[in-house]
Every structure is written in C-alpha cells, then in structure tokens.
Design a protein around this ligand. Structure first.
Ligand SMILES: [Zn+2]
Ligand SMILES: [Zn+2]
Length: 332
C-alpha cells in the first residue's frame, strides 16, 4: 500500500497503527550460547508481535520463547496468546515446554501451524513431551489450549491478518505475512530460495513475489554466505545475497537477515557478510545495521542483522521514514 492510500484509509486525528516485533531468538538449527554470539544471540527462532491494544502473537517457539515467557509471566494478566508455527523442526519447537504461560490455568493458548502428512498438531506436541523426552506430559499443562491447522490461506482477528504460504524447506513448512492496518511484516525463517527441487506447486517464485509485495519489513532466512552455499545447497536455507535479491524484487522496505548459522560469530556478522552487488552500494548505517541502496529501486532497502530482544525491536511504522517524502505523505 502506498503513502496515498495510507492517507485515504485513516481518519483525521486517528493515531497510526504500530506493530512492535521483538526477536527473542534469531539463531538457526540449534542454540549457540557463548562469548562469540552475545550480540546477535544464541537462542533459536521466536518472534513476538505486539499490538498497541495489548494483543500478543508469537511466531515459532525456539529457545527464545523461554525468556519471552518470563516477561509475559511478570504481567498481571497473561490473557490470550496465539502461537504460529512455521514447521516443527527442533529449533522451532524446543522452547515450548519452557514457556511459563503453558503452566498457568488462567492462560489461553491458540496453537496454529501447518498439518503434516502423518501427524496432526496436537499429536505432534504430545509426542514432543512424551515420557522419554520430558517429565511433564502435554495433557497436564494447565493453560487452555486450542489447536488449528493453517497450511495455506489466512487467519484473521479484527484488522490483524496472518497469511500462510508454503516455503521451500523439508516437511510442510510455511512462511507468514502479517497485515495490520496499512502495515505489514513477513516472517520466513526457513526457506531455500535457489532450490526448485521442493514440491511446492507451480509458479512458486511468482507466487512468493506476489505474497510479499510491498511488505514493510521482511525477516528472511539468510543462513549462508555464497561460499558456504556451494557446499550446502539442498539444506533448505538461503544466502544473504538471495535474501537481498528477493527483498529488492518484492519492494520490501526493510530486510532483516534471520536464522543465523550456529557457527556465525558476532564478528562475522558485523564484518563482511553483506552481499556485494554491482548495482548496489552498501554502507554501515549504525553498528550491526547497514544501508543497502539500489539505484534501480526506490525506496532503498534497509538491511539489518537482528539480535535478540532489546537489540531488535522493530517498529514497523517507523519504516515509513525510509520513504522519500512525497506530496501524498504530508500530514500522514
Ligand atoms: Zn530452522
Ligand atoms: Zn527447519
């Protein structure tokens, strides 16, 4: 949606909608604690999306959901939480048994994710907490739980809409696009852009470009460098360059590299893994964040390497500042 349509849909004096998205875990595959991952974090994927009216939505339950649960538990009313899963590889579910609200009988959890061929969502989590793996059975968790499948299509609560699309990754894996008012954010942690060997249907590249069209903030798998990818094609993940190319093609205003390789140190992330491209010049905008300017596209894309929690609060509304001022934007 462009600036002109923003001004048409908002009543005079009405505050602009805001999405706060907080990365509680950005690391791919397995937790990677230690002195070399302090800045960008060692917890596996978990992103919290919070709306100004207090509603909270969570995307994936990697180990990052444990500190999120501690912060939720400190609130007077844990209320209703909806957790969307992209898929069920360990790094996306292993924090769930340590998410404190699941033990609160006053809490209500919506659990949504893609149905797999051989197991439904509830059976899957019962299996994860089976007696050989965890001392507390899933059925004994006190929170009220509701399971629903979302393989492709949309889930909506008022103005807040989440749309799923199948991605190129082992098992039935989805990516999510979130639309709220005129703001949008996409969360695609595991996706191999360069591999067309996955059975994800006809015209997948065209469909993902449509799916992500004009998104404000894109969090996308950027696990490998181009050099690493030569040895890791078919692993189900993308490179920094591939993520930048997709963000450019879809007109994303901000790209955040996600699913950091467990071996990627803070030093690696800060120095030299930003893709170089003949039509693009890159410069450091601030520590850990670089500005990526493509003269062929307008507006420019801001590229960031998110870390955990306080380092990585993304206010989607702020991305509008990246737009060049136009007549239509005045007064918006
Ligand atoms: Zn993963
Ligand atoms: Zn995975």
């Amino acid at each position: 949606m462009d600036a002109a349509s923003v001004s048409q849909t908002r009543n005079p004096g009405e505050p602009a909608p805001v999405i706060d998205a907080i990365c509680w875990g950005t690391r791919g595959s397995m937790p990677s604690p230690g002195p070399s991952t302090v800045r960008y974090g060692g917890n596996t994927p978990c992103v919290e999306v919070r709306l100004a009216d207090g509603r909270r939505f969570i995307f994936d339950a990697g180990t990052g959901i444990r500190p999120l649960g501690v912060s939720v538990n400190n609130e007077a009313d844990t209320g209703e939480t909806v957790i969307f899963f992209t898929h069920f590889h360990w790094d996306h579910i292993q924090g769930l048994p340590f998410f404190l609200p699941v033990y609160d009988h006053k809490a209500s959890l919506g659990i949504i994710g893609p149905q797999q061929v051989d197991v439904n969502l509830e059976e899957l989590f019962q299996g994860q907490m089976g007696p050989a793996y965890f001392p507390i059975p899933f059925d004994a968790l006190a929170a009220h739980k509701e399971f629903s499948h979302l393989n492709e299509g949309s889930w909506q609560q008022g103005e807040f809409r989440v749309t799923a699309m199948r991605m190129r990754h082992a098992s039935f894996t989805v990516g999510y696009r979130i639309d709220y008012g005129d703001l949008s954010l996409a969360y695609i942690p595991d996706n191999e852009l360069a591999n067309d060997g996955y059975d994800v249907g006809e015209g997948w590249r065209r469909r993902i470009v449509d799916f992500l069209g004009d998104v404000d903030v894109l969090l996308h798998d950027a696990m490998f460098t181009e050099d690493e990818y030569r040895f890791k094609a078919d692993w189900g993940h993308s490179t920094f360059d591939q993520a930048v190319d997709l963000a450019t093609e879809v007109g994303a205003k901000k790209l955040m590299f996600f699913h950091h390789d467990p071996c990627r140190t803070d030093r690696d992330s800060r120095s030299g893994h930003l893709p170089q491209h003949p039509s693009r010049s890159a410069r450091r905008a601030s520590r850990g964040i670089r500005q990526c300017v493509d003269p062929l596209t307008s507006p420019s894309i801001e590229v960031a390497i998110p870390g955990e929690a306080s380092e990585s609060l993304i206010r989607a509304a702020f991305t509008r500042r990246l737009l060049k001022p136009t007549d239509q934007e005045v007064g918006v």
